[in-house]
Design a protein around this ligand. Sequence first.
Ligand code: ZN
Length: 331
Amino acid sequence: MICLGCLQDKKLLGDYCKKCMVDLFDGKTPKALNFDKTQFYRMRSELAERMSISGVQDKLSLAFNDRNELVPVVKNGHYILKPIPMNPQNAVQNVEDMVANEHLSMRISKDIFGIHTAESGLIKFSDGELAYITKRFDYAPSGEKYDQEDFTSVLDVTSAKNGDDYKYAAKTYIDCAKAIRTFVPTYIPTLEDFFKRVVLNYLICNGDAHLKNFSLYRKSDALNLTPNYDIMNTRLHLPKESLDTGLSFFEESTKVFDAVGFYSYYDFKYMSQLLNMKESRFTKIVKLCQESEKKVNDLVENSFLSNDAKEFYKKSYHERLYKRFLYVTTI
Ligand SMILES: [Zn+2]
């Protein structure tokens, strides 16, 4: 049976393997949720104004009650639940695949790329429909909440100062990297982790990796990059999306980008140099990518995407890997 946490064919207790129960649910065995999606939306509108999670997506904060059931809470929820949206915007396609897409993308980040990534899984509503669940990383097991700021705030970017498109257009990934170098004491491994996130987002066609989808938090007294969160293949849902990435890589595009019209091997190598990564580390990441396709395809097959979405995910990954990321030209 496929585990709803790691998407591996394993011996399960309920819907999860033992490791996922420890990683995602602190060793508890969660039951299916005791409400369905209609009730989710009703509770969401009742609790929305009092809840501490933000964002436009439909989300609820959950916590375990003393019967090991995950129930909606206003405060101190250690989980976030996202269903398949009920009233998506008109341009959004393949809505039924959204939950499985986000879960699969998070697992690729964690299990194949080894990126520090929020714990994630799928969970059943009372009628069996799957929702996406992720464990909040801004709480210590003791319940203490870590200070956290996304990169709009780290880089002091606002709609008032920088316009409506501020999350995407005001800064570059190099600006984010400079902030990491300034604020994170362990910036050498953190910059490599950040670089891998940029590569991963490109390969999985996440055009939404903007400033709010990267954050710093204060854990053990020092600032660090939070685990990876909110990633998916956005092109599956927005086929006409104009962006290949959330942000531009650099203030000024490279001569290779100007010639070919997309980010390719040259741009990634140049970025790694600006991040002062050792060439051997860059080469290691390239090798990881070259070896990733079979693992990604296997995970896609085990995922809960529809068959058409599985084909799209695999095809788009292949194209981004070979026709863009590994594309070398002599300009
Ligand atoms: Zn598992």
